[in-house]
Design a protein around this ligand. Structure first.
Ligand SMILES: Cc1ncc(COP(=O)(O)O)c(C=O)c1O
Length: 407
């Protein structure tokens, strides 16, 4: 696996005495530094150490072969030209059908914009909705890029705590308390990264009521919608009365089809907004590679047995790790309801999450991410990614037990 971007190692004053824009400061936050421990793991590995990496959320499964074959055929068939900014019509239509079949949400193809992954979808969406002087409510903790993505738009992120004692579920009272006269949008993600929490029907109704009362956009990042456990499924907020016309849905093939490196996702915009997103895409990107879009048509055109196999395997890994961690004195864990991560409760060890993560990689060569990197409400927790084989996860748990016993 290649090394993820490490901003803290690369931040430099301009060598030529000229100035950068304020953007470079706004995006260099604690979330960007979340990966420093991973980078340190790579250094230790290069020195010859046996490092176990459980930081990155990249499924350790191959993309289903039929999808790959479609891309190869498309390359051979000359699908190598400019694709248009919004996505090829076949893919926009296929995504609209997929969305309707999977969630019941009626979607017309002209509301779908193809983008290179959910991350880009979030960036472009926020650029269209908010600007300097605005506030965007984000969950705390949240996926490590969220705050910087909001700040890129010029707006300020305002955290609403997901409390550990509440299973990291959204408490509508906390959400209501975070709204100010400057709030323009709420950015949510369920199943949630990093905590694995889902959102219940009553929480969604309360969310709808708050968005309506304060005239807010809702941005719903649903990249883990197909990674749920125990037969549960996550209802999309876009289906909730009062939210249909104000919700922008962001999704991708990264997790559901093990396609992180293909960089393919989409935005489903409420009426009228897609044209603005297309204009931003035009100047930002000029479209996603056509042969990859062809493969994406295959990816959304039917269910893949590989997706259910992956979900089943994550479920077994979740139970295996939960049992192992549960047996380690002073550690506890919160098995996820969905998503690919498991939160380890380290509060009884007396170490803060960053110190624990940094010492763990140095002393036991295991990479976990500090909860604090995702937001203050996840302090006292570490995030473990379930995207490694069971034997590897069990070895990591043994090392964790040894480390904790020494504290
Ligand atoms: C919540 C969340 N949103 C978005 C992304 C980015 O996904 P993509 O690969 O589609 O850009 C991730 C990746 O881990 C994520 O966890």
């Amino acid at each position: 696996m290649s090394r993820p971007f490490s901003p803290s190692a690369r931040l430099r004053e301009p060598a030529n005495g000229l100035a950068y824009s304020s953007l470079v400061e706004r995006v260099a936050d604690e979330g960007a530094r979340a990966w420093d421990v991973h980078v340190r793991g790579r250094e230790l590995e290069a020195e010859g150490h046996d490092v176990i990496f459980l930081g990155v959320g990249d499924p350790d499964f191959d993309t289903p072969a039929e999808i790959t074959r479609t891309a190869i055929d498309a390359l051979h068939n000359g699908r190598t030209h400019y694709p248009g900014a919004a996505g090829i019509p076949e893919l926009r239509a296929a995504i609209a059908r997929y969305r309707t079949e999977r969630t019941g949400q009626p979607v017309e193809a002209d509301r779908v914009i193809v983008c290179p992954g959910a991350q880009n979808g979030l960036y472009v969406t926020l650029a269209c909705l908010v600007e300097a002087g605005d506030e965007v409510i984000v969950l705390d903790p949240a996926y490590a890029t969220y705050r910087a993505t909001v700040r890129s738009s010029g707006a300020e992120p305002v955290g609403v705590p997901l409390r550990a004692e509440n299973g990291f579920h959204l408490d509508p009272a906390d959400l209501a308390a975070a709204v100010t006269a400057r709030t323009r949008a709420v950015l949510i993600n369920f199943p949630h990264n990093p905590t694995g929490a889902m959102v219940e029907a009553d929480e969604l109704s309360a969310l709808a009521e708050i968005c309506q009362r304060h005239d807010l956009w809702l941005v719903s990042d649903e990249v883990y919608a197909e990674v749920t456990y125990d037969g549960r499924s996550q209802r999309s907020p876009a289906l909730v009365p009062g939210l249909e016309d104000r919700t922008v849905v962001i999704d991708s093939l990264s997790k559901s089809r093990a396609m992180t490196g293909w960089r393919t996702g989409w935005i489903i915009a409420p009426g009228g907004m897609a044209a603005h997103i297309e204009n931003v895409m035009q100047c930002m990107l000029y479209g996603c590679a056509m042969f990859i879009q062809d493969a994406a048509v295959t990816a959304v055109s039917r269910e893949f047995q590989e997706t259910s196999a992956m979900r089943a395997e994550f479920s077994v890994r979740r139970d295996t790790v939960a049992a192992r961690i549960g047996a380690i004195p002073r550690l506890a864990c919160l098995p996820p309801e969905g998503g690919m991560f498991l939160m380890i409760d380290i509060r009884e060890t007396g170490l803060d999450s960053l110190t624990f993560a940094n010492r763990l990689v140095e002393e036991e060569k295991v990479v976990l991410l500090a909860g604090a990197s995702f937001g203050a409400s996840a302090e006292g927790f570490l995030r473990l990614s379930l995207t490694s084989p069971r034997a590897q996860l069990e070895r990591a748990c043994e090392r964790l037990a040894r480390f904790t016993a020494r504290l």
